[in-house]
Design a binder for this molecule. Sequence first.
Ligand code: 2P0
Length: 322
Amino acid sequence: MTVATAVAHPNIALVKYWGKRDADLNLPATGSLSMTLDVFPTRTTVALDPALDGDAFTLDGRAATGIPLDRVTRFLDVVRALAGVETRARVTSAGTVPEAAGLASSAAGFAALAGAASAAYGLDLDERALTRLARRGSGSASRSVIPGFAVWHAGDTDEESFAESVDAPALAMVIAIVDAGEKPVSSRAAMRRTVLTSPFYPAWVTSTDESLRSALAACRDGDVDRLGRIAETNALRMHALIQSCDPPIRYLAPTSLAVLDRVEALRARGVGAYATADAGPNVVVVCRPADAAEVRDALADLAEIVVAHPGPGLRIEPGAVA
Ligand code: 2P0
């Protein structure tokens, strides 16, 4: 039996991925930019087992069935096709982030699975190939392969759609956990509904392409405030887009809006703080590391707060292949 283990962390996008041009290959409509965090690691072990008729998936100590198991099996089918091996596997994954709460648990999960599965099935992939493989599981997982800041190039083909490292100014992310419960509509379903029903979707695609170009220029210039403004605008545009679906979806909660008000108040007193939020009510405040404690204190009565910094990329544990 061949076994491998890998660890990955979530990432938070400064320029968001929302919408696919190809659902089978998971090619996004636009590129995106993110920071991989140093908190909430997911650790995943893949063990090949010739005695199994189907894959088995244990998530946080519970046997998974239905959609989560199907997604793991479909992902392992991609790995098996690359490896030319048909053996099924036992997948055991333990996360430290609330699942499906809009805190990028699928990014860490599929990045760790890509690392563990590729090693267990004997694939020898470089970093770029690992980002492309992780993308097949969950688009945002491509960025969690990369330490610190990552750009995921949209690309027109499987080969062109990969993530790579990008230099950026020092940032902290102050995470306000407004609600750790499961979100009502998954990102994947909400993205599909957006593409099919929002009249604003074409404008989102063009404006996000432009935001990514500007954000990469702000990274090159080391300009935290310009990068933060672009990130906040892009995030609020994404939520406006999601709210414009039919039927509409709203992820932000009253407390999320209260956090956004506090971030404005921080800026009014000269702190460079900028808000972003994924497909859920939690708000992440981007700031200089030296301001993180002040931002945390300003939000502490509204939500549980976790301060994050740039974290490591995907790590495949050495010596784990038997
Ligand atoms: C992002 N999100 O850029 C955006 C912002 C959520 C809001 O990527 O269908 O779980 O598995 O490719 O990667 C969430 O989408 O979607 C996401 P799939 P994924 O971080």
